[in-house]
Design a protein. Sequence first.
Length: 176
Amino acid sequence: MHIDPLEKKWAQIVLIICALFVFILMIDALFHGVNAPSNVETINSATLHLSKEFAEDNLGVQIDEKGNVIVRMVAGRYSFFPKKITVPAETRLTFRWVSIDVLHGVHIPMTNMSTMIVPGFVAEIETSFPKPGDYPVLCNEYCGLGHDHMWSKIDVVEKDQWLALQTTSTGGADNE
Ligand code: CUA
C-alpha cells in the first residue's frame, strides 16, 4: 500500500500528540490524586433528614474518633448545604456528598474535587486545600433552571487557626 510521505509524516505527528495527551493525563492523575470515586455506598435520598449521618445537625465539619476531619455536605436544588464551612489548609479532608433530589456535580477549582453526586449514593472524596482562602463550590452537572446559580463557599484557614476555632466552638461542627 502506498502512503504519501507527507501523509505519513502527519500521521506520525498525530500519534505523537495522542501519546503526549495520555502522558499528561497519567502524570496529572498520579500527582494530583485524580481518580474515579469508586466507593459504591448507597443511601436513601428521600429520608436523608432522618438518617443518622446526614441529619441537619451532623452536616458540616466534624472530627471523628480517629482524628480525621470529615465534611458532610448535601446538594439540593440549588445550593450545597451548609452554605459556608470553614476547614483547615494543608490537611487531609474526607468529603462525603449526597444529593437530596436530582443528579448534581461538585467542582472546587484548584483541588482534585470534581465528581458527580448521584441520588441514592454517597460520593466520598479525599482532598486537601494547599493554602488558606475562599474557595467556590460549583455544581457542574445540569440540574435544572437554577443550575447556573448553584454554588456555595468554603473558607480555608491556617491549621492552627482552625484548631483554635474547634476548641472554642461546641462539638467541632461549623454550622451556620
Ligand atoms: Cu446542581 Cu447543577
